[in-house]
Ligand binder design. Sequence first.
Ligand code: DGY
Length: 323
Amino acid sequence: MNKPKVIVTRKWPATVESRLQALYDVQLNESDVPMTADELKIALQTADALLPTVTDPITADILSVPNKRAKIIGNFGVGYNNIDIAAAKREGLVVTNTPHVLTDCTADIAMLLLLMSARRGSEGDRLVRNQQWTGWRPTHMLGQKVTGKTLGLIGFGRIAQAVARKAHHGFGMKIICTAPHAPVPDVLQEFQATYYATADEVLAKADFISLHCPGGVATKHLINEQRLKLMKPSAHLINTARGDVVDSKALIKALKECWIAGAGLDVFEGEPNIDPGFLELDNVALLPHLGSATEETRVAMGNRVLDNIAAFFAGEEPGDRVA
Ligand code: DGY
């Protein structure tokens, strides 16, 4: 029997690409140049499975290309707001993602940004590199203590809970959270967390806010000018979720005018293009979407995609089906 044909849109870790080559008739992307919309359409017409990632927009237009051969889209990423899920369903395509395996590494990046923002890590690094450091002194570069402070989580899924675990058990932080549905009491109990029905309550009470909601229309600009004004002037905003959850212009204004003390961002509206307003500010730590970027996690994400398509081709339900 012929091996199923699969097309991978970007370069993957070598061990996972080798597994793909052993199992499938695979088209890899050695150059790692993003595929165009036309190339993605052809991929859907010529392969049994398309394996995109979170930076490939799989739009309704692409999905509605006629004469499709593909039956499954195995997204390399836990977030799948790059895919028009309603259109995929209409077209009868199965869609899977890669949950669980990136939870801890993404939570680590949220903690890293939280610490960088509180303790002025980026600013200090720049000072040393620019040879502007004149020596230790009692009032130099004072940041804010993290231990014992209140962390507000917007969204309380797997990654938020991993952040809560690290922050509560590691840094003695008090955890407050909000989510569309109240978590079960046992989950809250693990971190002695308090649930609030609205983001506004959490924003007003926390010393640090960390965003953990999915991207997409429902959460676009959830953090806007009005909500930033609810935060304490000493508070910090951390975003490892999706860039468009935060209104960038409003955040730049908030940081410039000191409505809040700082921010740590791993994701951006329209990334990799960053609003130049951020680059002029000292009180924001900026990372290039590193949430899941460890060797172990990226290999595990690839293997998770392989497990999903293997189940599909065996006629079984893929473990991580989202459509
Ligand atoms: C995801 O998987 O959704 C992240 O943004 C990249 O790991």
